[in-house]
Design a protein around this ligand. Structure first.
Ligand code: GAR
Length: 271
């Protein structure tokens, strides 16, 4: 992405407290984020992240997913949508209901919500969509709107060392399994669940007496540092995705200070 001298335009999507969003806004205020948050959007009106955004003078919008998901409909294939629902169903991997009718209805509602979301986000011309605790599944319609071959534009942060523990409870699953190390992953989003090329990972120790609050606190401190750094790598054009011989798409970082960054995250995990 050729930016000239400008910062990245970021759209941040939230579902809850928005502490990652807050950390990004704090980094931006300190002048150490090569990105400008141009819009925040949430999937529920009571997402506290939306209040954080407005308090910082950033436009905040809601797409009421709950209302979309409750929406009554007859034949989902008769609903006018921006995509061919059957084709979408053929390539999607996230809605797994074996009942085709139910699956199509769910996809139809998701696409309707995503169409509204895209309409909001595109008005702000974002370079990247940053998922920061956004707990909704994204269909290939949404991802395909932003991702192009060789150009990934949707970034996600996940509170586990992927591919372990995808889903909505990364911290709980890590602790519950008895892991001695927890991890954080930032990755480009693809059609799978918490899959897509890994951009950044860091780990933190889990001590014998730790409860979920200790684990989450330690992990979140890493999340805040990692998300800003990853955005700065993207802004500097230091992230490259290449197809390996095995067909897998892998991302690599070409920052000359890469080792220092990784060491800082280790220090942070132990501090
Ligand atoms: C963060 O821990 C983030 O990694 C996680 O939700 C939390 C949001 O916290 N995301 C996921 O689990 C995505 N699968 P926040 O709203 O305080 O930033």
């Amino acid at each position: 992405m050729n930016l000239g001298n400008r910062k990245l335009r970021l759209a941040v999507l939230v579902s809850g407290g928005g502490t990652n969003l807050q950390a990004l806004m704090d980094h931006a205020a300190r002048g150490d984020l090569e990105g400008e948050i141009v819009v925040v959007a949430g999937d529920r009106p009571d997402a506290y992240g939306l209040i954080r955004a407005r308090e910082n003078g950033i436009a905040a919008h809601v797409v009421d997913y709950k209302a979309h998901m409750r929406c009554e409909m007859g034949d989902p294939l008769a609903v006018p949508l921006p995509v061919d629902l059957r084709k979408l169903d053929g390539i999607q991997k996230i809605v797994r209901d074996p009942d085709t009718e139910k699956r199509l209805r769910r996809l139809c509602r998701l696409v309707a919500a995503e169409r509204e979301m895209i309409g909001i986000l595109d008005a702000y011309k974002p370079d990247y969509i940053c998922l920061a605790g956004f707990m909704r599944l994204l269909t290939p319609y949404f991802l395909g709107h932003y991702n192009r071959p060789g150009q990934w534009r949707v970034v996600n942060i996940h509170p586990a060392l992927l591919p372990a523990f995808p889903g909505q409870h990364g911290y709980e699953d890590t602790l519950g399994y008895g892991c001695k190390w927890g991890g954080i992953t930032i990755h480009f989003a693809d059609e799978g669940e918490d899959s897509g090329p890994v951009l950044a990972q860091a780990v933190y120790p889990i001590w014998p007496q730790d409860g979920i609050d200790d684990v989450r606190r330690r992990g979140l401190r890493l999340e805040y540092a990692m998300y800003a750094q990853t955005i700065n790598w993207l802004a500097a054009g230091q992230i490259h995705v290449q197809q390996s011989k095995d067909g897998r798409l892998r991302a690599s970082v070409s920052d000359p200070r890469y080792r220092d960054v990784m060491r800082r995250w280790v220090d942070l995990a132990f501090s």
